[in-house]
Design a protein around this ligand. Structure first.
Ligand code: NAI
Length: 377
C-alpha cells in the first residue's frame, strides 16, 4: 500500500505532544512525514523538520507558508496534524479544511463554541476529515469496554465515575513558572484551565464508552492556588441523553497522583474499570459474581480490541500507540474505508460547549445547565 503524505504544524523540538504524533503517525507505515511548520520560531522549525527527513522546500517557516506551498502540489499532504497551542487551532484547522486538506486537530479543537460549530460546518461542507485527538479512546482496552457495553453484557449503563486528576501543578512555589502560569491565565488559556485541559478527555471517554452524549451538567470549580484566575480543580456532575449519571473529578493539584486518568462504568448487570496507568487491563465484575481481569492480547476479545493491538499479551503498547491507532483509522478513512471510532469535529464542539457551560454553571454555584452546543439542541 502506498504511504500517505503527512504534514505537521507545531510539535517542534522539545514540545510535549510532538513525539507522540511522530511515533504514532509513522508506527504502522501508513504515513511519511513529508512537510511541516513545526515551531513558532521559523528558523528552528525549518531546521528541525529537516533533521526529521523533510525536504528543505517542504520544511516551512509557518503554517501560512505551508498552506501556500502544499496547495496545488501533485504530492500534497494527505493529512495535516495541528499540534500547536490551543488559541491557534481554529484558524489553522479552518484554513486547511477550506483548502481541501484532511485535518487532525489537537484538543481542545477551538476556544469558543461558535468557532467549534463553524469547524463542524466547514468540515461537513468540504467533505474532508476533521478529527480531534481524543487518543485515549483508541486504547485497545477502552475499545473493549465500548464493545462490552454494546454487547449488552452490563445492561444499561447507570453510572460513570471518571477522574483525570494529577498533581503536577500542585507546588505553589512553582506557580509563577511561565510554563505553568499561562495555563491558569484567562488571557492565554481561555475560559477554563484544568477542565479544558484534562477534564474534556474524561468527558469524551465517558461518552465514547457509553455510546451516548452529555445533555446537562453542573460544575464546581476551584482555584486552590490563590494566584490563579482559572480553576485548577473541578468536580462536574453530568447526565447523558440516555439517562446515565456521570461524575467527573479533574485536578492538577492532586499531589501524588501521576497521570491520574481512570474510568468506572456501572451497568444494571455488571461494572468495569480501566486506568491509563494500567492500560492493558479491564476489571469486569458481573452482578453477584467475582471480578475478572480482561487482558489485552488474550483470546476472545472484540474485533476492535484485537485490531488495534500489535504485540502479544502482557507486552505494553502505551500512549504513542494509542495515538497510532487514531492514525490507523485516519489512514483507513482517507483510503475510503469507514471507521466509527474516530473522534470527530462533532466531538470537538461538544467538548467546547461542555467547557463553556461548566464555566457558566460554576459561576452560578453549580446550577444545572444544558451542556449541548446550540447546533445539537
Ligand atoms: P508545547 O508548548 O509543548 O509545544 C507547542 C509546539 O508548537 C512548540 O514546538 C511550538 O514551537 C509550536 N508552535 C507554537 N505556535 C506555533 C505556530 N503558530 N506554528 C507552528 N508551531 C507553533 O505544547 P504541547 O503540550 O505539545 O501542546 C500542544 C497541543 O497539544 C495543545 O493544544 C495541547 O492541549 C495538546 N495536547 C494534547 C494531548 C493529548 O493527550 N491529546 C497531550 C498534550 C498536549
Amino acid at each position: 500500500m502506498t504511504r500517505l503524505n503527512w504534514g505537521m504544524i507545531g510539535g517542534g523540538e522539545g514540545s510535549q505532544i510532538g513525539p507522540a504524533h511522530r511515533l504514532g503517525a509513522q508506527a504502522d507505515g501508513n504515513f511519511v512525514l513529508a512537510a511541516g511548520a513545526l515551531d513558532h520560531d521559523a528558523a528552528k522549525g525549518r531546521a528541525y523538520a529537516q533533521t526529521l527527513g523533510v525536504a528543505p522546500d517542504r520544511a516551512y517557516g509557518d503554517w501560512r507558508e505551508m498552506l501556500a506551498g502544499e496547495t496545488g502540489r501533485h504530492d500534497k499532504v494527505d493529512l495535516v496534524t495541528v499540534a500547536t497551542p490551543n488559541a491557534t487551532h481554529f484558524e489553522i484547522t479552518k484554513a486547511f479544511l477550506e483548502a481541501g486538506f484532511n485535518v487532525l486537530c489537537e484538543k481542545p479543537m477551538t476556544m469558543t463554541v461558535e468557532e467549534g460549530e463553524e469547524i463542524v460546518k466547514i468540515a461537513r461542507a468540504s467533505g474532508k476529515i476533521c478529527a480531534v485527538n481524543y487518543c485515549y479512546s483508541a486504547y485497545p482496552m477502552v475499545r473493549e469496554m465500548r464493545e462490552i457495553v454494546r454487547s449488552g453484557a452490563i445492561g444499561k449503563v447507570r453510572l460513570i465515575v471518571t477522574n483525570f486528576a494529577h498533581g503536577h501543578h500542585g507546588d505553589a512555589t512553582d506557580a509563577d513558572n511561565p510554563r505553568v502560569r499561562w495555563r491558569y491565565d484567562q488571557a492565554m488559556a481561555g475560559v477554563s484551565g484544568q477542565f479544558a485541559d484534562c477534564g474534556i478527555h474524561a468527558l469524551h471517554m465517558a461518552s465514547f464508552i457509553a455510546d451516548d452524549t452529555v445533555r446537562a451538567l453542573s460544575a464546581d470549580f476551584a482555584s486552590t492556588i490563590a494566584s490563579r484566575t482559572l480553576e485548577d480543580d473541578a468536580m462536574v456532575n453530568f447526565r447523558m441523553e440516555g439517562g446515565t449519571v456521570g461524575r467527573l473529578w479533574t485536578s492538577s493539584v492532586a499531589i501524588g497522583r501521576q497521570h491520574g486518568f481512570d474510568i468506572q462504568v456501572f451497568g444494571e448487570t455488571g461494572g468495569m474499570r480501566w486506568a491509563s496507568e494500567q492500560p492493558n487491563q479491564v476489571y469486569f465484575t458481573p452482578v453477584g459474581g467475582r471480578t475478572q481481569i480482561i487482558e489485552k492480547g488474550e483470546g476472545g476479545l472484540s474485533d476492535e480490541a484485537q485490531r488495534l493491538s500489535r504485540v502479544p499479551i502482557a507486552h505494553p503498547e502505551g500512549f504513542p500507540l494509542a495515538v497510532a491507532n487514531i492514525y490507523v483509522d485516519l489512514a483507513a478513512s482517507i483510503r475510503g474505508e469507514a471507521r466509527d471510532g474516530l473522534p470527530t469535529a462533532e466531538d470537538g464542539v461538544r467538548s467546547m460547549a461542555a467547557v463553556h457551560q461548566a464555566v457558566a454553571s460554576a459561576r452560578e454555584s453549580g446550577v444545572w445547565v444544558d451542556a449541548r452546543p446550540p447546533m445539537f439542541r
